[in-house]
Design a protein. Sequence first.
Length: 365
Amino acid sequence: MHIIKKAMEETKMSQGAGMARRWRSACGCVGIDVHCHVAPSQFPSPPGGGVVAGWPSMTPAEACHATVVIDQKPYRTISDACWVAERRIEEMDRAGIAVQALSPMPELFGYWIVVGAARDLVRHVNDVIADMVRHGGGRFVGFGGLPMQDLDLAIAELHRVVVELGFRGVEIGSNINGVPIGDPRFHPFFAEVERLGVAVFVHAVRPAGMDRLVGPAPLQQVLAYPSDVGFAVASVITGGLLAKFPELRIAFSHGGGTFASLLPRLEQGRQVFAAIGDSMPARPSEVARKLYVDGLVFDRDMLRRVVSVFGEDRVMIGTDYPFNFRESDPISRIAEAYDDEDLREALVFRNALNFLGLDEETCST
């Protein structure tokens, strides 16, 4: 345990120094974006050389793009900003972003892939992220993917990305093959995350309710993603996850999804239904303010609502870079919502420092 802590402290100091160098630079970038994705330029062949259901591949597309193919069907066409650090940094400078937390494109979680192959896939993606962090000049920190369908393998990869690769945290899905993350079966994982003191970022993946949508496939991202994230937040609160692991730093994408709308109903339901009240000793609104969320809601008034629900010290920049459906100017969105300079700074970078476990003094001296 001492060796793990020592390695993590050394990583913290080196990454903090890199951030400090960037913040002292002439461009004046200060934002920290906790919601950014990576996809490799290429994928290795499936282990064993055979066909593995769900294993991704990449085919060239026009200009600087490529198409991710899964089970012989095009999944998404993406730009080289997914894997070219220099391209990302140019766009970060234009948006005032000093640091991005790099995490896997959610479809690369591989929860639905046979276990051994899923481990190989996430290790490959994590190694790509680590290489980008190493060559990013202090502009990136890493969030690793994990094969969460097998907790022993997930915890092993958790140790690898934290201790060997120096990542600040991990990214997990809003559900693991349909099981909500607040389910007690994931407690051993969260216990180890809390023990290591690293962050968890929760992103929507393969959401429930797709059969209830009417319209084209992108409605999954537009409507179903926030619904699934809202259920994930609710599962953490109704399942008592933070009561069991009070030091856990866990954040949710897309402003916590629909949870801001669900919270008043949960508060009222706790008073009306004895079974709900008995299962939740603490008020849901109090527990919600122990969680972190990004501010990726595309609306000034909704951003204010998210801040009112989760707290001024718990909301961070999230953009979904480099995908087309993203927040392109998050700092202006915050400035539009708030005049108070201290609150703006909290939302732009201070809250993210706390979530990442990097103290402000280290990153500003």
